[in-house]
Design a protein around this ligand. Structure first.
Ligand SMILES: Nc1ncnc2c1ncn2[C@@H]1O[C@H](COP(=O)(O)OP(=O)(O)OP(=O)(O)O)[C@@H](O)[C@H]1O
Ligand SMILES: [Mg+2]
Length: 311
């Protein structure tokens, strides 16, 4: 059974003078997400990630296409569906003057909680997100990390079966991001919540998601497990070299080198297998009298994945 089953969803925004400016945010997106999965939507700015989440969570209606979420139609069954899902944004905005406890309670009331049940739920979530010391602090006085924790706390008030997280680690310190990711994994493990999240970070998707889809220009370009995708697009690791002399023409043709680009004085070689190719390349450079000033090996960046996918 799918948590999400969407077919050919399109959405065009009209804005500006006489609403004449049109932006095709989604141009026929089909997507299935199994129940209990953590699913990642990866894509650059403006790809359509937030628009897709908004449609699947009933905040926006699609122009065309169909989407069933938890077995319900996002248009016809929107109100029944809303009770069973929730979302949190990495750019949360709540009424600035409300205090942390009041925000969580407000949303609890919107889902029909009151009296003891409401107080218990607010206590539980304030504790879960370690917000106890901030309970009476107005939202506007919180740091980015705390605001995000409030957004996550709010997103669990109705014990959702499905949670949409729009860039949950945006702007967080690395150590805080790690904890947020661990927490997301725990929500699935302990509560069985299906989670669909968006991110710009390849590593975040790899660490957290069972499957990812790449979206760009309102279209899904590929989907699969991170390992499948890398194999599918033959995406290797990157060996970055600072050389003297700085350019070595034969490098692009060396065995196992898929691609070579120059950037900021670095030569970045995408290779099939860094462990095997690095010693070979270093030996060949040495034999050619080229001095290696610096060398780094890293995973391909999201941008490089897209370069490959957009071809
Ligand atoms: N309310 C709106 N009115 C007009 N255009 C919009 C609106 N919302 C989104 N868009 C446009 O639709 C496209 C997709 O936007 P969306 O916010 O879904 O992208 P995104 O993948 O979430 O990007 P980001 O990574 O920057 O959050 C963009 O070109 C954006 O400018
Ligand atoms: Mg977005």
């Amino acid at each position: 059974m799918f948590a999400i089953d969407a077919h050919d969803v399109t959405k065009t925004f009209r804005s500006g003078w006489l609403r004449r400016r049109e932006t095709a945010a989604l141009r026929g997106v089909s997507l299935t997400v199994p129940r209990g999965a953590i699913f990642g939507l990866l894509g650059p700015n403006g790809a359509g990630k937030t628009t897709l989440l908004s449609i699947l969570s009933t905040l926006l209606t699609p122009d065309a296409g169909s989407a069933r979420v938890l077995g319900l139609d996002v248009r016809r069954d929107a109100s029944a569906l809303r009770r069973r899902l929730n979302m949190a944004s990495g750019r949360p905005s709540f009424l600035w003057s409300l205090r942390v406890g009041e925000i969580v309670a407000l949303y609890g009331r919107l889902y029909g909680l009151h009296g003891r049940a409401l107080r218990r739920k607010v206590d539980e979530l304030v504790e879960l997100y370690e917000l106890v010391p901030y309970r009476r602090v107005p939202y506007s006085e919180l740091s980015t990390g705390l605001k995000q924790r409030v957004a996550l706390a709010k997103s669990l008030v109705n014990d959702p079966e499905l949670l949409f997280l729009d860039e949950p680690t945006l702007g967080l310190d690395p150590d805080v991001s790690v904890r947020v990711r661990q927490h997301i994994a725990r929500l699935r493990r302990e509560r069985g919540i299906t989670i669909v999240l968006t991110t710009h970070y390849m590593r975040e998707a790899e660490e957290l998601c069972d499957e990812v889809a790449f979206i760009k220009g309102g279209l899904i370009l590929a989907r699969g497990t991170p390992a499948e995708l890398k194999r599918q697009i033959r995406l290797g690791e990157v060996i970055a070299l600072k050389l003297d002399p700085p350019a070595v023409p034969w490098l692009a043709e060396a065995p196992g080198v898929l691609r070579c680009v120059e950037e900021d004085g670095w030569i970045e070689c995408t290779v099939d297998e860094a462990e095997k190719r690095l010693p070979e390349i270093l030996r060949a450079l040495h034999a050619d009298g080229v001095v290696v000033r610096n060398v780094q090996v890293h995973e391909p960046e999201l941008e490089e994945v897209f370069v490959e996918l957009a071809k």
